[in-house]
Design a protein around this ligand. Structure first.
Ligand SMILES: Nc1nc2c(c(=O)[nH]1)N[C@H]1C(S)=C(S)[C@@H](COP(=O)(O)OP(=O)(O)OC[C@H]3O[C@@H](n4cnc5c(=O)[nH]c(N)nc54)[C@H](O)[C@@H]3O)O[C@H]1N2
Ligand SMILES: Nc1nc2c(c(=O)[nH]1)N[C@H]1C(S)=C(S)[C@@H](COP(=O)(O)OP(=O)(O)OC[C@H]3O[C@@H](n4cnc5c(=O)[nH]c(N)nc54)[C@H](O)[C@@H]3O)O[C@H]1N2
Ligand SMILES: [Mo]
Length: 760
């Protein structure tokens, strides 16, 4: 592929500056940055009005991450964080990508903008259409847009020639109806962002404790004796989690952090809402910082488990033997295997010393209520499912699940990604769902599995897909193997994006393309039956309502629900279901959800309470799997050894982005100003390669004999284990080979890319 592909974001031209990484997170500077963002991109009175309703009872759910809100007291000055404000500002911006914007800029022109500039062009105001061979998007009437979609869907030889993607911001109501429409149309091709995110957690947890979601509630974090945080950067990606960690510390809890990077938010937190805390300098978080190598977690966990096994054998009382006996199976096989593990190899794999292993073992030995939190640092690896199963082994040994202050805490990403899955956004929903859906909608829901994200890309690349439809998201930039994904999208006859803001997926399109603009979470949604609210499920399985407060930015916008209803009406016109009724009154959707999805009894009543309700969670009640037992598993130790000129590269988020939406060009906590094409590298590795700060390099990845490259990245010396590198997502995505995926979950292994560095 050439170096100038339009589907790869160009570099911003500003000069990059590097300073020492921060040792503390949040504090007054975060408040300052929030106010700055509001002032720059929004009208201030509107910004303040919206910020006071964010995450409040009766207000709207922050469109950022899925962290839960406190059930009791919520801060009256603002139940949000710096990055929540950035998410709000991004949606409620005063900038507009209106028809004259699209008239002025051809698709080619827009592709020359960086992702940051493209996003800052503002909210999309009208439905837009790119005709075959045309250079510019032009406005189109909604009716014509639906007719075009219908025409293309009808021209498919089979419903499986269409793919329907979902990003995780979509509400329960919209996701449920969308899933129903796609099944009524006749396919299960419902890839979603979760396939690239916590799919490994879902696979590992379903297999071991019988539910693919976490088991803890917010108050459990406050009460835990010990919280182990692996592969997660909450200071940036879930900042309100730091409040929970602060409470835990105040209650005498301990925190172990396992991460190749010493992320500021894991080390020290200054709560911006407590003046006393600001003056006193805040609270230290990590009691033990474990600097594993990238994907060294399996080695680390096995080293710990081996030592616990030895101590138990010596007669120390480490395991919760009653729990193991009553609630688990597979302990013998697990125990045999861990007793024979090569401990020295575990140390080499993890990069951790025997002394530090002993200190962590001591903490685990002393404490009974343990929570493990994790995110992408564990899931996006070839062995991601196995590593998470090993985390579960540790919790099971200590009986640390299904009791207060203990359990599994996969920290979810998008604000409703968990709800979307509950609602049926999955390419392989179980038979019971299909049966109930078929009855509720008078259809014959197709049973054969559909494509997940990676399979969709491959099918598009192989010309097996004619229509690609996306409910939100930025498929091109979020997906692995950017060049292959771009080709796949370009192979389609029609690509359709329901979006709020312009993104690169609009610019790398099928023969024809549509952008359908929708209302966002922050906006008032009025329909025939009056003002509507929607509902979402947070990271801890709590379902609550969300009601917008700002006037929609354009009268031409539709809600995602309206778009699904009107499209369904057009495409399934002959069916005997009245789809339009759902758009008039969202209570009617919730009634259907109650019919189809377990746990939503009296949905319309219970959702109208202040804090909503928790979904049933068998693991929380110690009712595990079909046999009733939780499963110990035997997982192989990793083998991550490389040749001396090779490195393991992880892709991660800066402090100034929301996935592919770039809020700004800085990464404050890591000391980066004005730079996204960055490679973080250990100083000794830089010396070995003859590299100085901000020298330019090309990076080449090698996978199954194929070479992929990214060009002209700047090297930054950083405290990262030797042999490991880090770069930002999505700039480094062209390096992630489409077949470089996690076993079982098929999640792209975007945290372990084997690369070589070429100095230029
Ligand atoms: N502001 C903001 N909030 C967000 C998002 C955002 O982009 N911006 N994205 C949302 C989404 S969709 C998600 S999924 C979450 C993502 O939240 P995170 O998972 O926290 O996001 P990443 O930046 O991918 O960070 C991964 C962390 O794992 C570490 N890591 C990488 N590889 C390894 C490894 O092999 N082992 C260990 N132990 N650690 C490793 C990295 O150093 C980094 O600290 O955040 C959500 N919230
Ligand atoms: N290399 C690498 N790749 C990764 C990751 C990684 O860590 N490394 N992380 C992966 C993860 S965890 C995830 S979740 C995916 C994210 O993948 P996606 O969810 O596909 O990507 P986002 O960047 O969150 O999508 C942003 C777009 O959503 C649209 N949007 C925003 N709000 C709304 C709304 O309310 N409604 C609608 N309809 N549209 C809206 C806007 O147009 C915006 O441009 O990326 C994955 N890709
Ligand atoms: Mo995610």
């Amino acid at each position: 592929m050439s170096k100038n592909n339009t589907h790869r974001a160009p570099q911003s031209s500003q000069e990059t500056k590097v300073s020492a990484p921060k040792k503390k997170a949040v504090g007054l500077e975060a408040v300052q940055k929030s106010i700055q963002q509001m002032g720059r991109y929004m009208d201030m009175p509107k910004a303040l009005k919206a910020s006071l309703k964010m995450n409040q009872k009766g207000g709207f759910d922050c469109p950022g991450c899925a962290w839960p809100d406190p059930e009791d007291e919520r801060s009256s000055i603002g139940e949000y964080c710096e990055n929540g404000i950035k998410a709000l500002v991004e949606e409620a911006t005063k900038n507009r990508a209106n028809p004259s914007f699209f008239e002025k800029h051809s698709v080619q022109d827009l592709a020359a903008l960086s992702d940051f500039e493209l996003g800052k062009s503002g909210r999309i105001t009208h439905p837009m259409y790119l005709a075959k061979g045309a250079s510019h998007y032009r406005p189109i009437e909604w009716k014509q847009a639906y007719a075009l979609i219908n025409q293309h869907l009808k021209s498919c030889d089979s419903p499986d020639e269409a793919v329907f993607y979902t990003s995780g911001r979509t509400s329960n109501e919209a996701a449920f109806l969308y899933g129903a429409f796609v099944r009524a149309f006749g396919t299960n091709n419902l890839p979603d962002c979760s396939n690239m995110c916590h799919e490994s957690s879902g696979s590992a947890l379903s297999n071991t404790v019988g539910i693919g979601k976490g088991s803890v509630k917010l108050e459990d974090l406050h009460q835990a004796d010990l919280i182990i945080i692996l592969g997660q950067n909450p200071g940036t990606n879930h900042p309100r989690m730091l409040n929970a960690l602060e409470k835990n510390k105040m209650n005498g809890g301990k925190i172990v952090v396992v991460n190749p990077l010493k992320e500021a938010g894991l080390m020290h937190y200054t709560n911006p809402q407590k003046p006393f805390k600001i003056l006193s300098g805040g609270v230290s978080l990590a009691d033990e910082y474990v600097q594993v190598k990238v994907n060294g977690d399996m080695g680390f966990l096995k080293a710990i488990l081996y030592k616990l096994h030895q101590l138990e054998k010596k007669g120390e009382d480490i395991y919760d033997k009653d729990f193991i006996k009553e609630y688990t199976e597979g302990f013998e096989a697990y125990s045999d295997q861990i007793g024979q593990i090569d401990y020295e190899k575990c140390l080499i794999e993890s990069g951790i010393t025997d002394e530090q292993i002993d200190r962590v073992v001591h903490l685990i030995q002393q404490n009974k209520k343990i929570i493990a939190c994790w995110a992408m640092g564990l899931t996006q690896h070839k062995n991601g499912v196995a590593t998470i199963q090993e985390v579960v082994n540790l919790l099971l040994l200590k009986g640390s699940i299904g009791k207060p202050g203990a359990g599994t805490c996969p920290v979810r990403g998008h604000s409703n990604v968990q709800g979307d899955r509950t609602m049926g956004i999955w390419e392989k929903m179980p038979e019971a769902y299909h049966q109930r859906l078929s009855k509720a909608f008078n259809i014959d829901s197709p049973r054969h599995h559909g494509y997940d994200t990676v399979e969709s890309i491959k099918a598009m690349y192989e010309n097996k897909v004619k229509v690609f439809f996306a409910m939100g998201g930025n498929f091109l930039s979020a997906a692995p193997d950017t060049d292959i994904t771009a080709q796949g999208l370009q192979n389609c006859d029609l690509t359709v994006h329901v979006s709020t803001k312009p993104n690169r997926s609009h610019l790398v399109h099928g023969s024809e393309a549509l952008i359908l603009p929708c209302r966002g979470r922050t906006e008032i949604d009025e329909q025939k039956s009056g003002y509507q609210f929607v509902s979402v499920e947070n990271s801890m399985g709590q379902v609550h309502s969300s009601k917008g407060v700002l006037p929609p930015i354009s009268e031409h916008l539709k809600s995602e629900i309206n778009i699904v209803c009107e499209m369904a009406d057009e495409v399934l016109g002959t069916s005997d279901m009245d789809w339009l009724q759902f758009g008039d009154d969202y209570d009617k959707i919730r009634d259907k959800i109650e019919e189809v999805i377990p746990g939503f009894d009296q949905y319309n009543q219970r959702i109208r309470t202040d804090t909503g309700f928790y979904l049933p969670n068998p693991a929380r009640d110690r009712s595990f799997t079909k046999t009733g037992k939780a499963k110990f598993t035997v997982n192989a130790l990793t083998d991550n050894q490389l040749e001396s000129h090779q490195y393991t590269l992880m892709t991660l988020r800066s402090h100034d982005q929301y996935n592919t939406t770039i809020y700004g060009l800085d990464d404050r906590y890591r000391g980066i100003k004005n730079g996204r094409k960055i490679i973080f590298m250990n100083m000794s590795d830089m010396q070995k390669q003859g590299l100085g700060e901000l020298d330019l390099v090309h990076v080449h990845s090698y996978f199954q004999g194929e070479k992929r490259s990214i060009y002209s990245f700047k090297v930054v010396p950083y405290d990262i284990p030797s042999g490991c590198l880090a770069a930002y997502f999505p700039e480094a995505n062209p390096l992630v080979a489409i077949n470089n995926v996690a076993d079982i979950s098929n999640t792209p292994a975007s945290k372990r890319i084997i690369v070589e560095i070429e100095k230029i």
